[in-house]
Ligand binder design. Sequence first.
Ligand code: KIV
Length: 271
Amino acid sequence: MAHKNTITNIQNKKKTGKKITMLTAYDHFMGKLVDEAGIDAILVGDSLGMVVLGHESTNQVTMQDMIRHAGAVRTGTTSALLIGDMPYRSFDDPAIAVKNAKRLVREGGCDAVKLEGESYGAASAILKEGIPVLGHLGLTPQTAKEFKVQGKDAAAAKAILKSAKRLEALGCFALVLECVPAELAGMITARLAIPTIGIGAGADCDGQVLVLNDILGLYDKFRPRFAKRYTNLAEPAMKAISSFKEEVEDGRFPKREHSFIMKKEELEKLK
Ligand code: KIV
């Protein structure tokens, strides 16, 4: 079994110039695959709402959803650092944030939590309780009015850089940068001691995160340009489902090898 990834291991990767890998997962089986592939960290993202639960946005995701799915991923994860996303409105004020972060750790088995945006009060309160926090700046889907690149002009870029420094100063262990120009992400990465994990933020971040269902071709409603599709599992899945349907309908399934056969004498008695 590979060693358990810790926050220190992950932060050391920045120091030694090794890239950090992070993927989302939402259930036991996929979490196990990601873990066994040696990915450094698994994020149970609130993207759950869109790619698994079929909602239009991430904002319908509840704490109960997050705890249930984080718990399922936990049972398949031994090496990766497990991070749970704090869903929309679950960190509205510091006291609520602490209560919910504790639930993600205690009930969902998470090693750390992620908070979107400039949630300094909530982040600081959670950190004071000893729960590691991953920040998330740039495009923050829970509050974004539009899905577009953030920090394109100098003023907006400066504001993101300032927020990044503030989250670092509070004690966040790393920072997700979503949908920002590569140059800005590179600048933030160079100016922070904590690692940056990019998604649509270019190659200069300390690590990269993508949504698992996007890279596997298991989500087709929305496909941002950064979501590289490494395979299209929907195709073989559809083929298998259609074959099952055809074989049941024309009597080719099940065969004798898929059935349980009674002993002849028992069958005779039954007759
Ligand atoms: O919810 C999620 O999956 C995320 C990643 C896209 C970073 O926040």
